[in-house]
Design a protein around this ligand. Sequence first.
Ligand code: ATP
Ligand code: MG
Length: 249
Amino acid sequence: MKSLTVVKFGGSLIRNPQAQAKFLKELAVISQRQRIILVHGGSPEINSMLEKFSVKSKFVNGLRYTDSNALDVVELALSGKVNRIITTGLIKNGASAVGISGKDGKSVICKQVKELGLVGEPIKVNKKLIEILIDSDFLPVIASIASDAKGNVMNVNADVLAAAIAVAFKAGKLIFLTDVHGVFDKNKKSINEIRVKDINALIKDETITGGMIPKIKSCADSIKKGVKEVWIADGASSIKNIKGTVIKK
Ligand SMILES: Nc1ncnc2c1ncn2[C@@H]1O[C@H](COP(=O)(O)OP(=O)(O)OP(=O)(O)O)[C@@H](O)[C@H]1O
Ligand SMILES: [Mg+2]
C-alpha cells in the first residue's frame, strides 16, 4: 500500500494567491503519484462572510464560538466558497479532486463541544467514502464541517479534523500549511523542532496563542495516536521539500 499523507491547508492562505497557486500546482502533481487527503479551513472567508451578513462571532482559545446563524455562514464560506476555490484550482492543474465535507457520507461523526455552541469534536471517522475516493485515484478535498450521530451539522476546527483523519487513516505524514514559517519562539524566530512534552509549557507561557493552539494540540494528539511525521510549515514553501517546525515524540 502506497503511503498516505494528510495535508491541512490553512484558510489563512486563501488570501495569498501566489502561495495558493504554487501549492495547488505542486499538490496536483504529487497527488498523481501519492495518496493524499486534503483538509482545509477558511477563517478569513468565514470572517468576511460573517461581516457581510452582520453575524457576530467570537473566539475562545483559538476556537470559534458558533451559534446557528453563524453556522449557516460558516458552512457557506467553507463548503460553498473555499472548498470550490481549492477543488477547482486542483482540477485546473490536472488533479481528480473531489470536494466534500466531513459531513458527507457520514465520514466524520462529532460530539458537540457545548461551550463553543455548534462546534463538534470528532469522535469517529467512517473511512468508507474517503477510502473509495483515494483508492480510485481521486483527491478528496475536505471542508471542516461535520455532523453528530443524529446528523446535526457542526463546525469543526480544521486542524482538529485533519488530525482525526490522519489518525484514522494511519497516515505516514501530516502537514499543516499555514501563513507563518512554523511555530515561532518568543523572539519570533521559527523553532525547528518541538517535542510533544514541551507543548503545554509553550501554551502556558503564551509563546503559542490563538489559532496556533488547536494546531499544536492537533500535532501532539496525532503523534500520540501513531502518526509518524508531523509538520507545521508555511503554505508558500514546498510540500515536497518541507521546511518549518517538525513535531516529535
Ligand atoms: N508561536 C506562534 N508561532 C506562529 N504563529 C502563531 C504563534 N502563536 C500564535 N500564532 C498565530 O497562529 C496563526 C495561524 O493559525 P490560524 O488559525 O490563524 O491559521 P490557519 O489554521 O492556517 O487557518 P484556518 O484556521 O483558517 O484553517 C498565525 O498566523 C499566528 O498569528
Ligand atoms: Mg486555524
